[in-house]
Design a protein around this ligand. Structure first.
Ligand code: FAD
Length: 548
């Protein structure tokens, strides 16, 4: 035999076609349906265009930005302290594309009906390509709500925050064409318990809202430390207050803001998260003195909403990969997507993904209609419920989706390991799981009309007897306040699935709503792939499998 015959050891076959370059919007039937349902159709062309970017160049940039983690430089080559974090060009490409397409700004610039829904859908596409850089995008988007509470600061900062230009230069705000904003609350002794913050703020002059202070203290977590300014918390004599702390002082000199080191994280690799110290850093008070939590909570509510978008998006990308793989991969001579047990798993994952998306975009609609009292109360409660439930579901759902790819799903050449590493953080930051459940109880007990708004929204379960019984049980459970903190996770989960069932029923696709109710309300499968007999798995898969 010749040498060339030995060189060809085998033929490669039964591998799936690449999804590289797929349009993530065009292949996502549920996303298209829910965007339309909640009034985001005006952005159809934009979503089509962004879907192509997210599945193409941004997806490629996402891999590069994770393979090349940010690097922290304390000093320049001449020995000057600089505190710079250097990112791979792919990170900057992701940031500039998202900003140019209005992901941190569009609903503020053009607050029309459906604006938050459309922006959420854009962000959903972007997060599938790369979720780490979504952190500064989200914080910049969310900072607008808190900055607006201090009009003199807003006048200077908002034109740059809402700019469509990404300007990563480390220069003062006066020289910038666009700005990004971070948030620093967590200290070593307490993240949940921000009231334990020890950072002190001393007025430079008269003090009070909009006035300059010097801050001395630290923050244990400060993500995206290359942001142009940070909303942060510090104590004055009147208590915890909110401040805007820029990287530069008005005279152009560097502020006394020192990055100590970057965190070595489980995932979220493209994003830098740091520890910082303030050594007399200049900052301006935002909102009322002593009301720092109330001021920054405006921002936190929006970042929690974005955690829902982020986790829903990671789940969708995992589902896309799993259904695509199984539509092509044969085992025992038969395509996996046609084998009954795999159909059960994939259809169950598809239900989870769609229910997460439905709840997320329903919150987008509430944001679009915040002037309506019912919507405002709905938003107050359901942000905590949705943040808890969707972020909690993501890691297990993504692990199961990865397993659908077999060994390939465990290998870094696929996106699956990154999705899995990324998933837990949304449940931790912006208030961890238990904190969200306790916030649900707080909203229900302290804010008049929230419980009524919940049951008004759930109504009579749209005539479904299982959902009706579930809602009645919820009413009984909330009426019984014994051990209510102990039961808070169960209650929050029960609200979440009731709301998801109601939204799916309302949207009118009975294949999806029947399967969701049968599996999540009437029955309770403990792992994915336990849908009851009679579920129309083929229809569910047809809805969720990418058509390429
Ligand atoms: C990658 C990453 C980036 C981050 N970036 C930022 C950032 O940019 N800015 C920032 O300010 N923070 C940031 N954080 C910090 C994050 O917000 C905090 O870690 C989080 O709020 C939890 O605070 P903690 O770590 O102090 O935990 P703790 O407050 O000690 O909480 C520990 C656990 O106890 C639970 N718990 C708390 N209270 C109760 C209670 N009453 N009953 C029952 N359980 C309770 C919590 O849910 C949590 O599970 C980041 C974190 C990570 C992982």
């Amino acid at each position: 035999m010749s040498a060339s015959q030995f060189a060809e050891t085998h033929e490669v076959f039964n591998q799936v076609p690449s999804l590289d370059g797929a349009n993530l919007y065009r292949l996502d039937t549920p996303l298209q349906a829910w965007v339309k349902h909640y009034g985001g159709s005006f952005a159809e062309a934009q979503l089509q265009a962004y879907g192509a970017l997210a599945g193409g160049p941004l997806m490629a940039a996402g891999f590069l930005a994770n393979e090349n983690k940010p690097v922290f430089k304390t000093h320049d080559r001449y020995g000057h302290r600089v505190d710079l974090v250097e990112f791979h060009p792919a990170y900057h490409e992701l940031m500039s594309t998202a900003i140019a397409h209005g992901i941190p700004s569009s609903p503020w610039q053009d607050p029309r009906e459906g604006a938050h829904v459309a922006r959420a859908a854009m962000n959903y596409l972007h997060n599938q390509a790369e979720a780490g850089n979504a952190c500064p995008l989200t914080m910049t988007f969310a900072s607008v709500a808190s900055l607006r509470l201090q009009p003199d600061l807003a006048e200077v900062w908002l034109p740059k925050v809402l700019s469509r230009e990404y300007d990563p230069r480390n220069v003062p705000i006066s020289e910038k064409t666009g700005a990004t904003i971070g948030m620093a609350m967590t200290e070593k002794q307490g993240g949940t318990d921000v009231r334990a913050n020890t950072t002190r703020a001393t007025p430079v002059g008269v003090g009070g809202p909009g006035q300059a202070y010097e801050l001395v203290g630290h923050k244990w977590f400060c993500s995206a430390p290359m942001c142009d300014a940070f909303l942060t918390l510090a104590n004055t004599d009147k208590g915890l207050s909110c401040f805007l702390l820029p990287r530069h002082r008005p005279d152009g000199s560097r502020n006394q803001f020192y990055v100590q080191r970057l965190k070595n994280k489980l995932g979220n690799w493209a994003n830098a998260s740091s520890e910082v110290e303030y050594r007399g850093a200049l900052a301006w008070m935002v909102g009322e003195e002593g009301r720092g939590v109330a001021t920054i909570i405006e921002m936190v509510a929006l970042t929690r909403f974005d955690c829902m978008i982020g986790s829903s998006s990671l789940m969708r990308q995992a589902l896309t990969q799993a259904t695509h793989h199984c539509a092509h991969r044969k085992v025992g001579g038969r395509v996996l997507a046609e084998q009954p047990l795999m159909q059960n798993v994939l259809a169950d994952l598809a239900l989870e993904s769609e229910a997460a998306l439905a709840l997320t975009l329903r919150l987008g609609r509430a944001l679009d209609r915040q002037h309506d009292e019912q919507e405002d109360k709905f938003m107050r409660l359901m942000t905590a419920v949705g943040k808890y439930w969707i972020c909690k579901r993501a890691p297990t759902m993504i692990a199961e989706a990865s397993e659908c790819l077999g060994g390939a799903g465990y290998v870094e050449e696929t996106i699956m390991p990154r999705l899995y590493r990324e998933a837990p953080v949304n449940s931790i930051w912006e208030g961890s799981g238990n904190v969200q459940c306790l916030d649900v109880l707080r909203a229900l007990s302290k804010e008049p009309g929230v419980l009524e708004a919940l049951f008004h929204e759930l109504g009579d379960g749209s005539g479904d007897r299982y959902l009706q019984a579930h809602i009645q049980q919820l009413k009984n459970d909330f009426a019984d306040i014994a051990d209510i903190q102990y039961r808070a996770r169960q209650l929050t989960e029960d609200v979440a699935v009731a709301m998801q069932a109601k939204l799916l029923l309302e949207a009118g696709n009975s294949t999806v709503s029947d399967a969701f109710i049968a599996s999540r309300i009437a029955g309770r499968g403990r792992v994915y792939g336990t849908l009851p007999r009679g579920t129309d798995v083929e229809a569910l898969l047809a809805r969720s499998t990418p058509l390429v």
